[in-house]
Design a protein around this ligand. Structure first.
Ligand SMILES: [Mg+2]
Length: 99
């Protein structure tokens, strides 16, 4: 099992033990990714990157994890292969922005 599938299984188990699947439709998962990304931005607001990392490193780690968790949940919900879609997009990025 890949590391990504292992994480998705852990997340799904956590969700199912709390009967939260009913709330995790694609729209609300997409909204949640954006909310968690905004929480990440809050850690950097009004201060330099250096200050933010000095002051908020622990919370920055948690917000990145939240973004990743919801992103993995949305991929799983939509039946998307994480490795495949990232590689596909990196290919497009390479065409758009040649070295
Ligand atoms: Mg959060």
């Amino acid at each position: 099992m890949s590391d990504i599938q292992y994480l998705i299984n852990q997340i799904n188990q956590f969700r199912d033990e709390r009967n939260w699947r009913q709330f995790h439709n694609p729209k609300d998962l997409a909204i949640s990714i954006s909310i968690e990304a905004a929480e990440l931005l809050e850690d950097f607001q009004w201060i330099s990157s250096e200050e933010a990392l000095e002051k908020n490193k622990e919370n920055i780690k948690e917000e990145i994890a939240d973004v990743l968790i919801y992103s993995l949940m949305l991929c799983d919900e939509l039946g998307l292969d994480v490795k495949e879609i990232v590689e596909e997009k990196m290919g497009k990025n390479g065409e758009k922005y040649p070295v």
